[in-house]
Design a protein around this ligand. Structure first.
Ligand SMILES: [Zn+2]
Length: 364
């Protein structure tokens, strides 16, 4: 007999195209046997949706769905924010570094959805600090900025990426190599920073909203603000040469940059653990943002609350297991624009091309 959903039952049909998502009748499903497996839980209940007849199981709603080594999710999360390289983590757990890379991507996608679910949607209640963390993908010929918006609470409101053209002092041979690479792969858009800052600000500050925005004197920032006529910004600029103390208005962003480089092997100076793709760096950044916003104490000496609790966005600090307790579904998150492209792995690295398409893997 079909049954109605209860608190211990599957909460909804995992089929994104099921009409039970749109019609007003209560969702119904029935139990359809179980299967046994070596890992815990050893007995997995199977179900069938009464509306679309799709089969699924209790595992469909678990973050460890489709994982052969599900016990690695939590320790890999910790190591990805503790400055380990993918191969270092792989050696510890005696698995291929490709396994760790896939886990990092999976955790990154989950963390993107986790942050999207909790982040505030109204005008921010504190000033925003905007900054770009300079790193590179693939080789030093392909620099990029990771744009971050942080508040004095140390909450990271959002982030995105902007590819840049290699600049600064170069030897003649390096200039020639840049010329050859740009002829082959194309030149990064000179407007990338402006366009991406517009995208980020529009995501963090809603239409009709307003915010105090603090930044350095990057020339693209005022141009980006000019491009957002339907929001009001009070822009305060501070020279990047000003001493980087706690009194500096840009301190939240400076502190986030420090912590990100301290925690992430791919952003260390002179490292061989740099990101081969910008997409990989963004997934890893999403994990760091969830750790910083929802898990980590603002001050580890005082063991106080994480920034999201200070802002009243969560009731208690999260732990890695609570962050990973339930699978989040992209079709229920209302993704659009850059976040959707990032989630589905569509951020292209010029020197390599497209990433593996992830969409096919989400069909249940
Ligand atoms: Zn269904």
């Amino acid at each position: 007999m079909p049954s109605h959903s209860t608190s211990k039952s599957p909460p909804f049909c995992p089929n994104a195209r099921c009409d039970s998502r749109t019609n007003s009748h209560p969702w119904r499903f029935k139990k359809k046997g179980f299967y046994l497996r070596d890992q815990k839980p050893h007995r997995v209940q199977r179900y069938q949706c009464h509306h679309c007849r799709r089969n699924f199981s209790s595992q469909t709603f678990d973050t460890s769905y489709w994982l052969r080594r599900s016990e690695l999710l939590e320790p890999v999360f910790h190591r990805l924010v503790s400055c380990s390289g993918l191969r270092q983590i792989a050696r510890e757990f005696q698995v291929s570094h490709h396994t760790i890379q896939r886990l990092s991507e999976k955790l990154g996608r989950h963390c993107l959805l986790f942050h999207e679910k909790i982040r505030p949607r109204s005008s921010p209640i504190e000033p925003l600090v905007l900054d770009g963390l300079r790193s590179f993908e693939h080789s030093q010929y392909w620099p990029m900025d990771l744009n971050l918006i942080v508040g004095p609470s140390h909450y990271v409101y959002g982030f995105n990426d902007a590819e840049l053209r290699r600049s600064g002092s170069m030897r003649p041979a390096q200039k020639l190599k840049r010329q050859i690479l740009e002829k082959k792969h194309g030149r990064p858009d000179p407007q990338a920073t402006k366009k991406q800052v517009i995208e980020l600000l529009a995501r963090v500050v809603p239409k009709g909203g307003s915010a105090i925005l603090r930044s350095d004197e990057h020339q693209s920032y005022p141009r980006a603000i000019d491009g957002l006529k339907d929001r009001r910004f009070e822009h305060e600029q501070t020279s990047s040469k000003a001493s980087r103390t706690t009194r500096n208005p840009l301190f939240p962003a400076n502190h986030a940059d420090l912590l990100l480089r301290h925690s992430s092997a791919n952003h260390k100076r002179e490292t061989i653990a740099f990101s081969k793709r910008r997409q990989g760096a963004l997934y890893r950044l999403a994990i760091w943002v969830v750790w910083k916003n929802y898990i980590k104490s603002r001050s580890e000496n005082r063991r106080d609350a994480p920034p999201a609790k200070m802002l009243g966005l969560i009731r208690t600090a999260h732990s890695v297991p609570t962050v990973l307790s339930r699978r989040l579904f992209p079709d229920r998150a209302g993704l659009s624009g850059w976040v959707e492209r990032c989630y589905f792995g569509r951020i292209e690295t010029r020197a390599i091309g497209k990433c593996r398409a992830h969409e096919a893997r989400f069909a249940v």
